[in-house]
Write a new protein. Structure first.
Length: 179
């Protein structure tokens, strides 16, 4: 339903990002459409992991990283401490899904489009990390950062309003300015 459509849109945005001339991927419109068609959204508790290959992108909504929806989304130990595509503070399930979708799209592109080039063979190797870095740095992290900034702005505004409300008279109390 709605979640599958949302995830397909995320896949499309990731693929369209990588389609830009800034990246040496040679992705075209058909690749974008194919990736969206190949996307499966499942909700399996004990099997059916989140993964991707040349012919599938599977996102499991019951994946352990999607259950909390906020906090820190962790990555593989090999690149968990990378400031761009490693572990990441997230605010909600959408942030988690952006990270997971971009990770799996990176595998899909690695295996379907870039596989003939040697560095793209290892599952979480240099080639995968290059693609994933592009998506995280130029698409996913800015989306999450903007959401965090907006949330902090709203929290600040609420605090200001609360402080100002404390200056107003209580019910039945007259407001007197000190001379």
């Amino acid at each position: 339903g709605k979640t599958k459509t949302k995830i397909e849109r995320m896949v499309r945005r990731c693929m369209n990002q990588l389609k830009k001339k800034d990246y040496p991927t040679e992705i075209d419109k058909e690749d974008v459409d194919r990736a969206a068609r190949l996307t499966r959204v499942v909700n399996k508790r004990f099997y059916g992991a989140t993964y991707a290959g040349a012919h599938v992108i599977q996102i499991n909504l019951n994946y352990w990283q999607h259950l909390d929806g906020a906090g820190v989304q962790t990555e593989y130990a090999a690149f968990a401490s990378n400031p761009i595509y490693g572990d990441r503070k997230v605010t909600d399930l959408d942030d988690c899904l952006w990270i997971t979708v971009s990770h799996e799209v990176s595998h899909h592109v690695q295996r379907r489009i870039m596989r003939s080039q040697g560095i793209y063979k290892k599952p979480h190797g240099e080639g995968f990390q290059r693609i994933y870095r592009w998506l995280r740095a130029d698409l996913v992290n800015p989306i999450i950062d903007a959401k965090i900034a907006e949330r902090e702005k709203q929290d600040k505004l609420k605090k200001i309003v609360r402080l100002r409300q404390m200056d107003l008279p209580m019910d039945g109390e007259e407001f007197k300015l000190a001379a």
